[in-house]
Design a protein around this ligand. Structure first.
Ligand code: ATP
Ligand code: MG
Length: 475
């Protein structure tokens, strides 16, 4: 049972200036207005904060009402979407949206409903889930009264995602709600009620009427949650992945045999994504974790005595990325980063052997470039063994590789290292021709820097040079 925080909600409604202004305009004009949906839900669950964006349902003309509120609080920029009966403005850095109450009816081809003016209940019943139907009145008397027409409070307490109307119709009308249900379940750690879940599974094919941009947007929101595996699993189990990311659903059932454990590639991948998500919010690093083994189904081969092998899956996986990015309308400027991480995800571990040459290490550093740290994070996240001593050994292997990287970088730095005071200047100041003496002075300056006597900077080196030059030349 979730304990709901009614105080948080009441305090926000009483103290936030926007609600005061909306309430004044509503009471004066006699137009009914409610704050509705996510804002009410999140205060009761005590997540986010009272400065979050909010949506208002106006029983009447939404844009006209928004204009009056804007005037009341001296907001100049209001965006009107008259065709949709909505208006938006920012106040104190928060966006607020006003919608005229509406009744919606859907046709089969499109998720865009035809919309008519409606009364309060029409507006509430068109909403996706009971937990999103809660509305708080802003009219006096009665400001702060909570309308709960579909048992949203009970479902919030129980932690349940449920549609207010018949699930089958709800998801068929607007299949984007499938992804929203999964996102809310994953984000809030709620259970999708059985009949609602059946409605989801029955209607996944309807996702075809949703634009790729909207699907991808929801998908990336799910991938950005603290523990993405919860949502990714639901995307798989509902069948949604087969519609918009079939490569991921193909990972399920691919068995891999590594020494003593067998694990499905999909389940392994979920663990890797959760592991990386514990250390980064970078959604593209998370995405790379999700797809790092994506070519395993295509490269799987059984080798007698060894078990299943997946030779070349990292290279093939990297090559699959472009098509996936295009199809999913992912931002193409992130493509090289993801390709690189997928392509290189086996390289660090191949370099753990002490026999490995400096140049092999150098090649990794050059190939990974500025993403070397992310690559190592991915490699560490890729360790999903349940055997603690193995985990320790694997982790220390990556530490060894990184130590080698540091060593090689140090060596290279030393090799490139030169006195900040150059030969030409030494010749000019000392009035000497090219020759051994120039080298001796230069080496002395370099040693002083390496010994930490002076910092590796021009001014310090020049001063030091002036100090030692006569002694050296007179020797
Ligand atoms: P969040 O902003 O955290 O994603 P939210 O519930 O505020 O959650 P919004 O997308 O901002 O979601 O939508 C505001 C409200 O509009 C929701 O609470 C819900 O009542 C309603 N809503 C949004 N999208 C849909 C939809 N596809 N079908 C039905 N109702 C919806
Ligand atoms: Mg919202």
């Amino acid at each position: 049972m979730n304990k709901l925080n009614f105080d948080k909600l009441n305090n926000a409604i009483e103290s936030m200036p926007i609600f005061g202004a909306v309430s004044r305009v509503a009471t004066k004009s006699g137009i009914e207005v409610y704050v509705v949906g996510g804002y009410v839900r999140d205060r009761l669950l005590d997540i986010g904060n009272e400065q979050d964006e909010a949506d208002f349902t106006v029983i009447g003309d939404g844009p006209a009402f928004a204009a009056e509120v804007a005037a009341e609080i001296r907001v100049k920029n209001v965006s009107y979407f008259k065709n949709f009966g909505t208006a938006k403005f920012d106040f104190q850095n928060t966006p607020y949206e006003f919608v005229g109450a509406r009744r919606e009816s859907y046709s089969v081809e499109s998720r865009k409903p035809s919309v008519e003016k409606g009364v309060f209940i029409d507006d509430i019943r068109r909403r996706d889930f009971t937990i999103n139907t809660l509305a708080v009145s802003l009219n006096e008397p009665g400001r702060g009264n909570l309308a709960d027409l579909f048992n949203g409070i009970a479902d919030l307490e129980k932690g349940v995602i449920r549609t207010p109307l018949k699930p089958d119709e709800t998801f068929s009308d607007d299949p984007l709600r499938i992804l929203r249900a999964i996102r809310f379940a994953a984000k809030l750690n709620f259970k999708i009620e059985d009949e609602t879940w059946e409605g989801i599974k029955k209607n996944v094919a309807r996702l075809e009427i949703i634009s790729q941009e909207r699907i991808t947007d929801e998908f990336l929101k799910i991938l950005s949650l603290p523990k993405p595996s919860v949502g990714l699993k639901l995307l798989h189990e509902s069948g949604a992945f087969t519609f918009f990311f079939p490569e991921i659903s193909l990972l399920a059932g691919i068995e891999q045999r590594k020494e003593y454990h067998h694990k499905d590639v999909f389940l392994h991948t979920l663990e890797v994504v959760d592991n990386i998500s514990a250390v980064t919010e970078n959604v593209w690093l998370r995405f790379a974790a999700l797809v790092h083994d994506i070519a395993k189904p295509n490269t799987k081969k059984f080798v007698e005595g060894t078990g299943w092998t997946f030779h070349g899956h990292e290279e093939l996986g990297a090559r699959m990325m472009k098509r996936i990015f295009r199809k999913m309308k992912l931002p193409l400027h992130e493509l090289p980063y993801v390709e690189k991480l997928v392509r290189l995800h086996l390289r660090p571990i191949a370099l753990v052997d002490e026999e490995v040459t400096d140049s092999a290490i150098r090649r990794l550093v050059v190939n990974a470039g500025e993403n070397l740290d992310d690559l190592i994070s991915l490699c560490r996240a890729d360790i999903t063994s349940k055997n603690p001593s193995k985990v320790r050994r694997y982790l220390s292997n990556y530490e060894k590789v990184m130590l080698r990287v540091k060593e090689v970088e140090e060596k290279d730095k030393l090799r490139e290292f030169q006195s900040p005071v150059r030969g030409e200047e030494i010749m000019k100041v000392c009035g000497i021709p090219p020759g051994r003496m120039v080298g001796v002075i230069k080496t002395q300056i370099e040693e002083a820097i390496l010994d930490g006597i002076i910092p590796n900077e021009y001014d310090a080196a020049y001063e030091y040079f002036l100090k030692i030059k006569n002694r050296i030349m007179n020797n």
